[in-house]
Ligand binder design. Structure first.
Ligand code: PMP
Length: 386
């Protein structure tokens, strides 16, 4: 029966299932796959944190918390943001993952007919949540001008896209799926451009732990109208716990809080207690260093088979699809199917972009799986023309 016949809302009919979910379904049917399609850390959470969660449940922290989350955890998050970025946002709200924060932010800021400016390539959730709110999505391109150069913002193009209808200028640095990191000049320009039309900058910083360069810049350092979305899923290896946070100006965060009251209610209570107890004790730097080594290895070993912008953050690389001997790009479906035939799971770039020229490789995998995956990719490059 067609979706409209069963009475689904027009809102929900505008949304297609994620291209990545199909890969998960495929994986369930395979034996010993090399899974480089994954969007979560491959390590287990720090044992102190797991212990703190069990303790929290045993100690009876199984009820609701206040909507914004435990005040001491709010303070701890704000302390951490201030220590890292040199600016303390006005207030903080603990959310059900960054996904929860995105939903609350978009619903709080976007009316039908408003515009939101998103990067291309983008994390799939953004455009669907924006569509759900009835907003018009516009994209700014971040593809490099030449093979091997970094993904970047074309400030002139962004300036042209933003107008008086723009409500949100969105940034995601480090980026899923490109591994790109915005430089300070770009971040400053985004804040200035948004400010000129009275738009908010919404900044998804879920991968901020995984930065391989020296200088990490956030729009909150340059804008008084920045909603910063941060998370624990990737860094602490706990995507199933559904823990995240939003920071920003109190007047906007109050709206998010009211919506949370009538939707998610609060972030999971035992996990709030666990993070409160364990965050000060856990050093995450070794995880970052592990991933820096994996990044180095991937960049080194895919060269020269693939045109690749070396990832500066997150745990993804976004190489260009090989070109055939005639100079034509290989069809992504054909390329991904050939990888799957070798048990390798990767995600075609078109799942994240209007273009179909690249593919996403996650290096959140064991060294062994990464080595196996790289050798399949190098064999494919040879077969498809490199
Ligand atoms: N933003 C980005 C860029 C992501 O990659 C993800 C998860 N894949 C999320 C947000 C959602 O994360 P969470 O588990 O905190 O909801």
């Amino acid at each position: 029966m067609a979706a409209e016949d069963i009475g689904l809302s027009r809102r929900v009919r505008g949304i297609e299932p994620s291209g990545i979910r199909r890969i998960f379904e495929l994986m369930a049917t395979m034996e010993d796959p090399i899974n480089l399609s994954i969007g979560q850390a491959h390590y287990d959470p720090p044992p102190e944190l797991v212990e703190a969660a069990c303790r929290a449940m045993r100690d009876g922290h199984n009820r609701y918390t206040v909507t914004q989350g435990l005040p001491r955890l709010n303070e701890l998050v704000l302390d951490d943001v201030e220590r890292r970025l040199g600016r303390r946002p006005e207030t903080c709200l603990l959310t059900s993952g960054v996904s929860g924060g995105l939903m609350l932010t978009f619903l709080s800021l976007l009316d039908p007919g408003d515009e939101i400016v998103l990067p291309d390539p983008y994390f799939v959730m953004y455009k669907h949540l924006a569509t759900l709110c009835g907003a018009q999505v516009r994209y700014y391109e971040t593809y490099p001008d030449r093979d091997g150069e970094r993904f970047r913002i074309d400030v002139t193009q962004l300036e042209e896209l933003v107008n008086e209808k723009t409500k949100i200028v969105f940034v995601n640095s480090p980026s899923n799926p490109t591994g790109g990191l915005l430089d300070r000049g770009e971040v400053e320009a985004v804040a200035r451009i948004a400010d000129k039309v009275g738009a908010y900058v919404v900044s998804d910083e879920i991968y901020d732990l995984f930065c391989y360069g020296e200088d990490y810049a956030s729009p909150l350092q340059y804008s008084d109208r920045c909603i910063q979305l941060g998370g624990f899923s990737k860094s602490y290896g706990i995507p199933g716990w559904r823990m995240g946070y939003a920071t920003g100006p109190a007047n906007v965060l109050d709206a998010l809080k009211t919506l949370q009251q009538f939707s998610f209610v609060c972030a999971p209570a035992p996990f709030q207690h666990a993070l409160l107890a364990a965050m000060p004790e856990v050093d995450l730097a070794p995880y970052r260093e592990q991933y820096r080594n994996k990044r180095d290895r991937l960049v080194r070993d895919l060269h020269p088979s693939y045109a690749l912008s070396p990832p500066e953050g997150a745990f993804y690389a976004f190489p260009r699809l090989p070109r055939t001997a005639a100079g034509e790009p290989v069809a992504s479906d054909e390329f991904v199917a050939a990888a799957v035939a070798e048990k390798l799971l990767i995600v075609p770039g078109k799942a994240f972009s209007a273009r179909d020229t690249h593919f996403r490789v996650s290096f959140a995998a064991s060294d062994e799986d990464l080595a196996r995956g790289i050798s399949v990719l190098n064999a494919l490059a040879e077969r498809f023309g490199g």
